[in-house]
Design a protein around this ligand. Structure first.
Ligand code: HGY
Ligand code: MN
Ligand code: MN
Length: 416
């Protein structure tokens, strides 16, 4: 097979079909406020996965599932052993998620395949549409794309548990999503992901497409604060070892650390549990999460040091024991220059104005980029809102992003 890359060419996209695919997919986990609660490996996620696989098969794809539930829907190419052109994202959502975070990347890939079928185009390379398991990391800590990229051991992802103590592997098995394809067992020519921006810049600039040049660095922590339970009525204030007031002081410090690193340093405490969580018992134990991000390694290191310092200062009060556990750390990444340029050229070929943009959100592509050439394309979402049931995008912008994605994929897959 001749090596090299074809030139991007515009492919007609069916904007209405793409929109309706989103509306149909959003039924799985639909909330009363118009959002989607489809957490990883739940029945809602299982139904969404089945719907995607049915659609993919109807579009002529063969479907395989790997050992952590990643779904690979393959459109054959003339050279079926050639490294494939991959696109995809995730179907799982946040508890107060929306219709587009993740789903857009999977459904845009499906629309590219459907549009290639409509145009009766054969490509030299196969095309893989992938739905990566548990990108959000809200129910289980580790994602299928991180496991695929070799960044998380299989047993570590299998053994991670949700708040109810259910293991990832057991939840995977329960919905029939534990596949027999070895995880990581696929070589791609190139990886593309379409995603909503989850920020305000494209909307502010009146653009429908952003070409993502890179993504933030991130450190995720689990913190445990241990004091001592006691009677809320009889224990004098100066004798208390109150885990919740210690945790509360740290939570406020996390917010200060985020504010001290403008404009893009951010620090978030999103999850917190108190034990025994009884109104008349002094809390003996608190667990909480810290999500730390910065666009540079230096900024990330400075913020991480500030977090350690804050914990040491709280420990110096001598009232509680505190464990600061680093769940994982990702350095900032740059996407593949050639694929980023190809996406810019594809936007130009499609006559769609665009701008470069940097992602402070994490994506499956952030993990995949450590293993193979990867790039992303963004479309705007209203008010930049995401991880919120009001998340919204327009059919026109979704179609524009898919046009750019299609042109770039067609260039890499090489029309016969
Ligand atoms: O957290 C993130 O940035 C992604 O939405 N999971
Ligand atoms: Mn996402
Ligand atoms: Mn998300």
């Amino acid at each position: 097979m001749t090596e090299g890359v074809g030139k991007p060419a515009a492919l007609p996209i069916n904007a209405e079909r793409l929109w309706h695919s989103h509306m149909d997919m959003a039924r799985h986990g639909a909330t009363s406020k118009g959002g989607v609660n489809r957490q990883a490996l739940t029945q809602e996620d299982a139904a969404a996965r089945e719907l995607f696989m049915d659609w993919a098969r109807n579009a002529g794809c063969t479907v395989q599932i790997d050992a952590v539930g990643n779904i690979f829907a393959r459109r054959p190419g003339r050279y079926h052993n050639a490294p494939s052109v991959c696109t995809g994202s995730h179907l799982d959502t946040q508890p107060t998620g929306g219709k587009f975070d993740g789903a857009y990347g999977v459904l845009a890939g499906l629309e590219v395949v459907r549009a290639l079928n409509d145009a009766a185009i054969e490509t030299r390379r196969p095309i893989d549409i992938v739905a990566w398991t548990n990108e959000e990391g809200t129910r289980f800590a580790h994602s299928g794309s991180a496991a695929f990229a070799g960044l998380v051991e299989l047993n570590r992802i299998y053994d991670c548990t949700d708040r109810a103590g259910t293991r990832f592997e057991d939840a995977l098995t329960a919905i029939g999503a534990k596949g027999d394809l070895a995880c990581g067992d696929r070589v791609f020519d190139s990886v593309f992901e379409a995603h909503i921006e989850q920020g305000p810049l494209l909307e502010r600039d009146g653009l429908s497409v952003g070409i993502v040049t890179g993504a933030r660095g991130q450190v995720r922590y689990d913190v445990s604060v241990t004091g001592m339970e006691g009677h809320a009525g009889t224990m004098p204030m100066d004798m208390r070892r109150d885990a919740l007031t210690a945790a509360a002081r740290l939570v406020v410090r996390m917010e200060e650390i985020g504010r001290r690193h403008p404009p893009q340093g951010v620090c978030t405490v999103g999850a917190l549990t108190v034990a025994p969580n009884s109104r008349n018992t002094i809390p003996g134990s608190v667990r909480f999460s810290i999500d730390l991000r910065h666009p540079t390694s230096e900024g990330l290191a400075s913020m991480a040091q500030a977090i350690s310092d804050a914990v040491q200062e709280e420990l110096a009060r001598g009232r509680t024991a505190i464990e600061l556990h680093v769940l994982d750390r990702e350095e900032p990444i740059q996407f593949d220059d050639a694929l980023v340029q190809l996406l810019r050229d594809s936007a130009a070929i499609c006559g769609i104005p665009c701008r470069d943009i940097f992602s402070m959100a994490g994506h499956d592509s952030c993990y995949l980029a450590s293993k193979q050439p990867t790039a992303m394309v963004f479309v705007p979402c209203r008010d930049g809102l995401s991880h919120n049931e009001l998340e919204s995008a327009t059919a026109s912008d979704l179609a524009d992003g898919t046009r750019v994605l299609a042109a770039a994929m067609l260039a890499r897959a090489e029309r016969v």
